[in-house]
Design a protein around this ligand. Structure first.
Ligand code: SF4
Length: 299
């Protein structure tokens, strides 16, 4: 029987291109280690379809500052609840996990902590520094909240010298009030432009989902606004509804349309674009960094 979402609309059947097998052993190994070290991965929280591939490529994304968020974005599977006290051991535990997994690239993301004056910036910076200290060859990407536009907090994160500063735009401006009500389109753009202003050598990256109800024009407008911040790397992915309680999928976008969006973004001037139905903001993150650094070396 076809499932219906909370608006009573029939849920569209997932197309074949969204069906993936994943490498259960890699996922189980990762889950066991995460449990031991009392750590969270956004991979598990978001039921990411790429877990197996990422883990087998020695990349993983750690979600720090607990598993409860102070915001309630309509597309996100993370619980909105009163967050826990920050765990002072978390930076060293993430560093230990990165070492044990022999990671070559790691993404450190966070739940949004509007309850903290600096939005958790000092804790994020401490985690980056701990990982870099215990794994000298690793590259580190931070995927941060908008820190409520706090410039000093952003500087704190950048002073830890992550290799990539990532902040997701998530969707087009006209859908913010419905889908991401506690965020502000202009504020998120400012996180990207401020990052370039404060630390021009750190690559910036953002990502958004499609299939939420946006038009092609709106997507291209978003690309232009992001490019104007000096952003280097862009990821475009298919929105997948975590549960009936979440925002409904408006449509499943074809792989061909993802390819055409990639071409458009590259023609507009992005240095590196990852665009396909199963992409997530950390997907192939290491490859993006390698490709841009190689390009910089050869030019
Ligand atoms: S702020 Fe981030 S973690 Fe929190 S609900 Fe929104 S997308 Fe999810």
């Amino acid at each position: 029987m076809r499932k219906q979402n909370r608006n009573g609309d029939y849920m569209q059947k997932k197309p074949d291109w969204l069906k993936v097998k994943y490498n259960k052993d890699a996922v189980d190994e990762m889950s066991k280690l995460m449990k031991e070290l009392k750590l969270n991965t956004v991979c598990k929280e978001a039921s990411c379809p790429n877990m197996g591939e990422c883990y087998s490529n020695s990349t993983a994304t750690f979600m720090i500052m607990g598993s409860d968020c102070t915001r309630n974005c309509r597309f996100c599977n993370v619980t909105c609840a009163t967050p826990i006290q920050l765990d002072p051991d978390e930076p060293k535990n993430v560093a230990e996990a990165a070492k044990k997994l022999d990671l070559r690239h790691t993404v450190i993301t966070q739940v949004t902590r509007d309850d903290l004056a600096d939005g958790g910036a000092a804790h994020m910076a401490a985690t980056v520094l701990a990982v870099k200290a215990s794994c000298p060859d690793i590259t580190v990407e931070v995927l941060i909240s908008d820190l409520r536009g706090n410039e000093d907090a952003l500087k704190t994160v950048l002073q830890a010298e992550p290799d990539v500063m990532n902040h997701n735009m998530e969707t087009v401006s006209s859908l913010y009030s419905k889908i991401r009500p506690q965020a502000r389109y202009e504020r998120s753009l400012k996180v990207l432009s401020d990052s370039k202003r404060f630390a021009p050598d750190i690559l910036t990256k953002t990502g958004f989902m499609i299939g939420l109800g946006e038009s092609r024009e709106q997507v291209e407008e978003l690309m232009d606004d992001v490019l104007a911040t000096g952003c280097d790397i862009l990821t475009i992915s298919q929105y997948l509804q975590p549960s009936n309680e979440h925002w409904p999928v408006e449509r499943y976008v074809t792989p061909e349309e993802f390819d055409s969006l990639k071409e458009t973004a590259l023609q507009k001037g992005f240095s590196y674009v990852v665009s396909s139905p199963l992409v997530r903001s950390s997907y192939r993150a290491a490859e993006a960094l390698d490709a841009i650094r190689l390009e910089a070396k050869s030019s």
